[in-house]
Design a protein around this ligand. Sequence first.
Ligand code: UD1
Length: 344
Amino acid sequence: MSKGRILVTGGLGYIGAHTAVELLAKGYDVVLADNLSNTRKEVLEGIEAVSGQRPTWWNVDIADPSATRAALSEQHFDGIIHFAAYKAVGESVAEPLKYYQNNLTSLVNLLAYVQSHPSCGFIFSSSCTVYGQADDLPITEAAPIKPAESPYGNTKQIGEEVIKETAQAKGLKTIALRYFNPIGAHHSASIGELPLGVPQNLVPFITQSAAGLRGPLQIFGQDYPTADGTAVRDYIHVVDLALAHIVALERLMDNAQEAPMEVFNLGTGKGSTVLEVIQAFERATGQKLAWSYAPRRAGDVVAAYADTTRATQVLGWTAQKSLDEAMRDAWAWQLAIGAPEKEA
Ligand code: UD1
């Protein structure tokens, strides 16, 4: 018997697909909503290869109010995990309205459903970007929210506020998960990240560079006040991240939450410099990576890593996989997909 029916928006995206396979493995009935704006429908085959099941897929733009109303009317869901959003920081600076329109309208459309079905739990993909450069490390959930560095980051901050106010007013069950830096791929190499065009994030650039698809990695900044001068981040394996969504969802389905919107950091608790990530990649894969130093990237913080005490104590969740394992899985995935089909 199904444990519950869950809608996963952005379910063919990077974190969405990994969460879908973990939900299917646990016996949930899964519906994926994805308009393929930043992924491919072949991801569905990857999900099927991993799980032996093919979830229902709706090709719907949830930023479209009438399409979303039509898709959701008469539907019962025990939970919604909302991943669908634009996430390219640089593009958001150039096209703010694209980000506000898509990321905020989709959230409002989904909350309209949840508001009229308050037993449906709601999980939101937030980001450690809400903390900006935190004053204290590691970063707890109580750290102040800093002014957003980009419209993308602002959609996460505003999104959390919209959820919190709606959840308080309407008695909803919601959780915002603040991700640190998701990396890696499913160990089967059947699903992983599919960046279109030149990857902006570190690990997909590393794997594409090592595969000969890109030039040498540019390390943005060599004079940060860190152990080796390169910036520090908390890199978390995407499968660990996916599993956290399920325990968060189950907390809501069990009515165990203590506030209308709860917030959890999802990271490993360990900070790694860019040079340490490169070393992990070389160690885990036996590949050699070419790189050079470049100026700092605008908007980058010096260091960010999570205090994960709250997720451990309240959700009973802790990241299990190492940086080396994530790099090995990212490389196996890179070898499986080869060259990207199309450039952005
Ligand atoms: C970035 C976003 C963050 C967003 C996240 C989503 C910025 C400033 N931040 O996080 O808001 O939530 O992606 O995926 O864009 N690096 C290099 N060379 C590269 C690429 C990255 O040295 O070619 C360095 C960066 O300077 C940084 C680290 O690698 O120190 C990680 O970068 P990245 O993977 O882009 O993640 P964030 O910038 O932490």
